[in-house]
Design a binder for this molecule. Structure first.
Ligand SMILES: Cc1cc2nc3c(=O)[nH]c(=O)nc-3n(C[C@H](O)[C@H](O)[C@H](O)COP(=O)(O)OP(=O)(O)OC[C@H]3O[C@@H](n4cnc5c(N)ncnc54)[C@H](O)[C@@H]3O)c2cc1C
Length: 387
């Protein structure tokens, strides 16, 4: 429990933790091995009102705050980080984006299905040639009569093999700023999911390539006006960073819990591992690092809720939280393998999966390097921390 939680958050935390223990934890290892997808759990998250955790209540959402969305990520991430990532792609990258940026008509048409779990959603910005340089994308949309015709390829799109709804960015003019947002349904002519990627971690969260080959998108599926994507991204990027940090927190917390129990039980030199100071150091450091990352992440979520996503202070907190929590997740999971020794290196114990999953948070939703670039830019603009 965090001091940033009110009574609603505490109740939500208990509900999501119970759900994750029952629905995610028992299948996490098997789904990781076979690169499956816990679609049943995703649908049940809809029944719990969590698929639209932050979405507009007038269209089926739960209208909760960024703290609630982050804690849901932490609880799901502690049991199965892959499902947490798929949940993030659906509830924040797709649903929150639509809720914040879509028109009333678009929200009325799509949000109820996405919030109930009838439809699964994805967000597609990355391409084979543009990741960190997101505005360097090449997918093009050209107006033809009452339709837009999309051509191009998207890469790394979470949930795509199971999604019905795609929030897609494409170029509608010659400059880097001429990027527009489109809602694409999986049944639109010219759209296909071409291949699923075989990954190191987050294996139970499908990641796919998308192809748009003269894909026909009705003009009413343009979000806002042409060239409006930069504003759309600005409305959603910060909450993406803060909520994905929740997954790193869940992994770190779970590793500390698992390793402490293991170190108390496992004996070498006729003593429990927990009696050895070098093991104690790893667990003590992990605890301080997890708690620091947790405080920063929830403070960033509170900043979003109180100051708004356009606040420079919220941007500094959220970007720092993403950078720090991601590194803590990977480090704590690596140390967890060390504490378990040879057993930690096998698939018979869960910590190697936590380590593989944790690494993604240093890459997805903006790499560590991109977070550092954003923080340095804020300092250059005389936005200083802690003032
Ligand atoms: C499992 C997974 C799920 C994903 N889900 C989605 C999704 O749902 N939707 C979506 O649109 N995208 C998604 N992504 C894409 C993700 O956002 C990108 O992978 C990420 O932004 C990095 O882009 P890239 O992989 O092209 O790496 P690159 O941009 O090629 O970067 C390679 C390396 O160079 C570094 N680098 C790049 N530019 C600079 C610079 N200026 N200064 C210093 N270093 C730099 C990077 O930090 C990195 O270390 C996903 C990725 C993965 C792996």
């Amino acid at each position: 429990m965090s001091l940033f939680f009110d009574e609603t958050h505490k109740t939500l935390q208990e509900t999501v933790r119970r759900f994750a223990d029952q629905e995610l934890r028992p299948r996490a290892a098997e789904l990781d091995e076979e690169q499956g997808f816990n679609l049943e759990a995703m649908k049940k998250l809809g029944e719990l009102g969590l698929l639209g955790v932050t979405a507009d209540p007038n269209h089926g959402g739960s209208g909760m705050d960024a703290v609630a969305a982050t804690l849901a990520m932490e609880e799901l991430g502690a049991a199965c980080a892959s499902t947490a990532l798929s949940y993030l792609a659906h509830s924040i990258l797709a649903v929150n984006n639509l809720s914040v940026n879509g028109s009333e008509e678009q929200k009325a048409k799509y949000l109820p299905k996405l919030c109930s779990g009838e439809w699964i959603g994805s967000m597609a910005i990355s391409e084979p040639g543009s990741g960190s340089d997101a505005f360097g994308l090449k997918t093009e949309a050209k107006k033809k009569g009452d339709k837009y015709i999309l051509n191009g390829t998207k890469m790394w799109i979470t949930n795509a093999s199971h999604s019905d709804f795609f929030w897609v960015y494409a170029k509608t003019g010659p400059t880097k700023k001429d990027i527009s947002t489109f809602i694409v349904e999986k049944s639109f002519p010219g759209f296909s999911v071409s291949r699923k990627l075989d990954k190191f971690g987050m294996r139970a969260s499908p990641t796919c390539e998308l192809v748009f080959e003269n894909c026909e998108v009705p003009e009413e599926n343009l979000v806002g006006s042409e060239g409006g994507s930069i504003a759309h991204m600005n409305h959603n990027l910060l909450i993406e960073r803060v909520t994905i940090s929740g997954i790193s927190l869940g992994i770190a917390r779970e590793c500390i819990k698992y390793c402490t129990a293991y170190a108390k039980d496992r004996k070498q030199f006729e003593k429990p591992l927990m009696d050895f100071q070098m093991i104690q150091k790893m667990l003590a450091d992990a605890t301080a690092e997890y708690l620091s990352a947790r405080s920063l992440t929830y403070e960033a979520a509170v900043a979003i809720d109180r100051l708004g996503v356009e606040s420079q202070e919220a941007l500094m907190l959220g970007t720092s939280a993403k950078l720090f929590a991601a590194q803590v997740g990977t480090k704590v999971a690596l140390d967890a393998i060390q504490i378990l020794g040879g057993y930690g290196y096998t698939k018979e114990y869960p910590v190697e999966r936590y380590m593989r999953d944790a690494k993604l948070m240093e890459i997805g939703a903006g790499t560590n390097e991109v977070m550092r670039i954003i923080l340095a830019r804020l300092l250059m603009k005389d936005v200083f921390p802690g003032i």
